[in-house]
Write a protein that binds this ligand. Structure first.
Ligand code: NDP
Ligand code: HEM
Length: 493
């Protein structure tokens, strides 16, 4: 038997074997193509539909599958099945990303990195869609689209605009905590395995007795932190724009499986009334001294996707995917994200995106959503005659044992700012003055000076007032780094 007869037979999408994939069907050997060459038409039509909309943010990404293992008992805080017993394992998917760049952006650009995790738990999918930073630029979702516009292209020049970025940050001073992290070493990890991950928001846990706790999630890299300077990154980008994909994919192919340790910070429900900072303000951390890290488990990434498009590009992570024992908090940003992601997925992937294999839960799924484009799974109500609810025809029923305990809320309905008397300067000050050492601070100033290149001076003067409030030494360091940069420029001219 020849080699070729062992190979599968090529067919049309309708299954009919294809006799030739080398020549179009023409009238005569020089003749025009016949309309009836459906094989050609199908091929061209499919090519025209190969692209789907890229994610509006976090378009460039790298992902892999893995396993989460519980190492410490936290059942006193959460009844989530994923934390049910020490030693319990749960399959998972991770996707890392940059925020601002488009699909073809270079991997080694200074940017916040996305850190999105999907845990296929036996009580449904739990998605923790975080970043490699514990805080974010804004604390009110009304500001999110405007912030993102400053990170993307100017409508006329079609270039990114330093003026727009600093203009926005200068008028939203709570953003300077995140800006400090972005411009520090942590804003340019060597590859995704060398960075921590954070759920960032305050979420909640509840236990089997219905007690609620506020929780923050942390994932510490077991590979250690490694970063590039802007100069090193520029050199790498000169050789490859795909450094993160090469590193993550390569390490997993070689069996060098990266791991992260999962910790939580736990705040008793009523403490939220007492902290000097608003614990639901996404621009603030909970200091470790107040709420220490509690170890929970670890995850390992150990399997590359077989098909990047099907399993990583079509992956749909959403903060709305939560499971029993894990809930939201009053964080306004989190509340908005509960809407935004599933809406994005319906647009980007289609109505039934949760049924795509990479998104489908690995536990039974029964719902009464009906029909719609690309319904390839039929009816999942549990019984053919039960296509409405309530029914007496054996269809799936609700289970009150999964109810979330009531959430304490108070206050008037109004468009109101976060809790008054917020100090937006204290936490970036702690990072600048106490956590960073002299070399790290020097690189921070240099990176900020580089990011300010080309921005209008009035805008920069306004933002420097805020750096001054964080710490006079911070503003002075930036001014000195700018002066040094200008001197180099003049010397080169
Ligand atoms: P600690 O002194 O207990 O810990 C400092 C934290 O800063 C560590 O988690 C460390 O991460 C992290 N860190 C070190 N360098 C950087 C950097 N360049 N960018 C971002 N994080 C960095 O801190 P506190 O809890 O008292 O908080 C002090 C400040 O540290 C905060 O205002 C915040 O800016 C920053 N921070 C705090 C975090 C928290 O959840 N409390 C988390 C991350 C940062 P690692 O242990 O991985 O080295
Ligand atoms: C992706 C909206 C804040 C982390 C996205 C997407 C949207 C979005 C629409 C694209 C989703 C897709 O097409 O699949 C928002 C809104 C926010 C917000 C409206 C605030 C109101 C945040 C914050 C974080 C974050 C605070 C981190 C703590 C991510 C990540 C992705 C993402 C990691 C990529 C997920 C993936 O890998 O598929 N965001 N976002 N976002 N966002 Fe946000």
């Amino acid at each position: 038997m020849s080699q070729d007869t062992l190979r599968p037979r090529m067919t049309t999408t309708a299954g009919a074997p294809i006799a030739s994939n080398q020549h179009t069907e023409t009238a005569g050997d020089r003749g025009p193509v016949l309309m009836q060459d459906y094989q050609l038409l199908e091929k061209l039509a499919h090519q025209n539909r190969e692209r789907i909309p890229e994610r509006v943010v976090h378009a460039k990404g790298w992902g892999a599958f893995g396993t989460f293992t519980v190492t410490h008992d936290i059942t006193q805080y959460s009844c989530a099945s994923i934390f049910g017993a020490v030693g319990k394992t749960t399959p998972m998917l991770a996707r890392f990303s940059t925020v601002a760049g488009e699909m073809g952006a270079a991997d080694h650009e200074r940017d916040v990195r996305g850190f999105a995790l999907k845990f296929y738990t036996d009580e449904g999918n739990w998605d923790l869609v975080g970043n490699n930073t514990p805080v974010f630029f804004v604390r009110d979702p009304l500001k999110f689209p405007d912030f993102i516009h400053t990170q993307k292209r100017h409508p006329r020049t079609n270039l990114r605009s330093a003026t727009a970025m600093w203009d926005f940050w200068g008028q939203v001073p709570e953003s300077l905590h995140q800006v400090t992290i972005l411009m520090s070493d942590r804003g340019l990890p060597q590859d995704p395995t060398f960075m921590d991950g954070f759920g960032s928001h305050t979420y909640s846990f509840w236990n089997k007795d219905g007690e609620r706790f506020w929780v923050k999630f942390h994932f510490k890299t077991q590979q250690g932190h490694r970063h590039y300077t802007n100069g090193e990154a520029a050199e790498i980008i000169g050789h490859t724009r795909e450094g993160y994909q090469e590193a993550l994919f390569g390490k997993i192919e070689r069996g060098e499986f990266p791991r992260w340790t999962m910790y939580v910070q736990i705040m008793p429900e009523l403490d939220a009334e007492k902290t000097p900072y608003d614990p639901f303000d996404l621009t603030k951390v909970w200091p470790h001294g107040d709420y220490p890290l509690i170890e929970v488990g670890q995850f390992e990434l150990n399997r590359n996707a077989d098909n990047y498009f099907a399993q990583i590009e079509q992956a749909a992570f959403s903060p709305s995917n939560k499971v029993r024992g894990i809930g939201y908090s009053p964080d306004k940003m989190l509340q908005a994200r509960v809407f935004s992601y599933a809406d994005a997925h319906r647009y980007r992937l289609g109505t039934h995106y949760e049924h795509l294999p990479v998104n489908a839960p690995k536990c039974p799924v029964h719902h009464y959503h009906k029909d719609g484009q690309m319904n390839f799974f039929g009816q999942v109500t549990g019984n053919t005659d039960a296509y409405y609810e309530p029914n007496s025809r054996g269809g799936a029923v609700e289970d009150p044992s999964f109810a979330e305990p009531p959430l304490r809320l108070s206050g008037v309905a109004a468009r109101q700012p976060h809790r008054q008397l917020i100090d937006d300067y204290e936490q970036p000050r702690a990072l600048h003055d106490r956590v960073l050492n002299d070399e790290e601070r020097a690189r921070l100033y240099k990176n900020i000076a580089a990011a300010m290149e080309g921005a209008d001076e009035d805008v920069l003067e306004r933002v420097l007032v805020h750096f001054e409030r964080i710490s006079p030494a911070y503003a002075a360091g930036i001014r000195a780094a700018r002066a040094e940069k200008a001197a180099h420029r003049h010397a080169a001219e």
